[in-house]
Design a protein around this ligand. Structure first.
Ligand SMILES: Cc1ncc(COP(=O)(O)O)c(C=O)c1O
Length: 391
């Protein structure tokens, strides 16, 4: 989901044929390269937002473009009922990238769809009736994913009822999890680093407590790594970063670097219980999606981008607590800059200086979701711009 921008729909947007569900930033993007956006009015904007955590490799990466073109020429689409080497190869590559024994992949198209299937499988294999999620967590807009999203029911859910019972546990109280998770709990879903919740690092003690409690009561632990996975923490996945292994991981966004693709990774124990027709899709596992996912992993590995994320993230944390920024939170390139004044105001001031950042559900946290190719020189530009904004 896009963070709420600073500007409400313009008169021009209101004449649009598009459903008016997204407020619009005041820039119209013509093209992009690397970490730069080129606006139609000629402005060149340094992008710390990455199309909402999607453009992990940046815009127009040559390996990504080459994979797309090669696969489009060879076979642009084919149904899952016909075996294709690229589908198998990409699944093997993704499960090897994650490690941790999560070596079965179900390909789908979006983050919400991945979470929807993860939850469904948890209900199927446990035969139970309840889910537990974390306060401030965000998992998508479909019926099940929306049901486990904090605040959705009050704000936008829309369906007359949720498909199952959900309770929300505080995100920073490992001592509370036993109270919420019990033997009726099928699934516990958590973003290890919350995105919309303000680039908030849930942290190892909380994740370990969830893992332990799920083991004790036989519930399935799902890491929603749609935003924080695929290299964003500086490790392949947040599960690797924290050393806590869930039963399922969902991945999307940076997995395709802009081509729609998502994946559900399953442990051997859960995969062993899947039957024909338990899940399905038309476009999921399409050869173009698989080719780009393979190219994204290739590029992250061959260009040592995880090391770059770790290095430049540390540089941001030590240089950008300046001007209105009072501290940092999050991990890797899912960073929250805590602000002394509303983050929206800081975001707007940065945009005037041709730097694009994101806001979050926390009104005093500015969110950075840059491409993994960002360098220290780019961070210097952010630091200098922040220094000119009054605290
Ligand atoms: C953590 C998380 N989960 C799920 C989703 C939903 O993904 P999609 O918009 O691809 O359905 C998002 C989208 O922002 C997300 O940040």
């Amino acid at each position: 989901m896009a963070a709420t921008p600073t500007v409400t729909p313009t008169a021009q947007a209101l004449k649009s044929h598009l459903a008016q569900v997204f407020a619009q930033y005041p820039i119209e993007v013509a093209h992009g390269d690397g970490v730069w956006l080129h606006a139609r009015d000629g402005r060149k904007i340094l992008d710390f937002y990455g199309g909402h955590a999607v453009a992990g490799l940046g815009y127009g990466h040559p390996r990504w473009l080459a994979a797309l073109e090669r696969q489009a020429r060879q076979m642009a689409f084919q149904t899952n009922a016909l075996p294709m080497a690229i589908r198998e190869r990409a699944a093997a590559r993704l499960s090897k990238f994650v490690g941790l024994g999560l070596d079965t992949v179900f390909w789908i198209n979006s983050g919400a769809e991945a979470n929807e299937n993860a939850l469904k499988m948890a209900f199927k294999v446990t035969g139970r009736t309840k889910a537990v999620a974390l306060e401030q967590g965000w998992h998508g807009r479909t019926a099940a994913a929306g049901a486990v999203t904090w605040g959705a029911l009050e704000k936008w859910y829309g369906f007359p009822r949720t498909p199952f019972d959900v309770s929300f546990t505080p995100r920073d109280k490992p001592e509370d999890v036993d109270r919420f998770i019990d033997r009726d709990t099928a699934a516990v879903i958590v973003e290890p680093v919350q995105g919309l919740g303000g680039a908030f690092d849930v942290g190892k003690p909380m994740l370990q407590a969830l893992r332990q409690r799920c083991d004790d009561v036989g519930a399935v632990l799902i890491f929603d790594e749609v935003q924080c996975g695929m290299g964003r923490t500086g490790a392949p996945f947040a599960a690797n970063y924290y050393g806590v292994t869930p039963d399922m991981i969902t991945s999307a966004k940076a997995l395709g670097n802009g081509f729609p693709v998502s994946a559900l990774l399953l442990s051997r124990r859960i995969a062993a219980q899947i039957k024909y027709d338990d899940m399905g899709t038309t476009f999921g596992g399409g050869p173009m999606a698989c080719a780009v996912a393979e190219a994204v992993i290739d590029t992250i590995e061959s260009e040592s981008l995880l090391a770059n994320v770790r290095l430049v993230s540390t540089y941001i944390r030590s240089n950008c607590v300046i001007g209105p920024v009072t501290g940092t939170q999050g991990a890797g390139f899912l960073l929250g800059l805590k602000t002394s004044r509303p983050a929206r105001e800081v975001q707007a001031a940065l945009l005037e200086k041709n730097i694009l950042t994101g806001t979050s559900g926390d009104p005093y946290v500015l969110r950075l979701l840059p491409a993994y190719i960002l360098n220290e020189g780019h961070v210097d530009q952010l630091r200098d711009a922040l220094a000119q904004i009054p605290a």
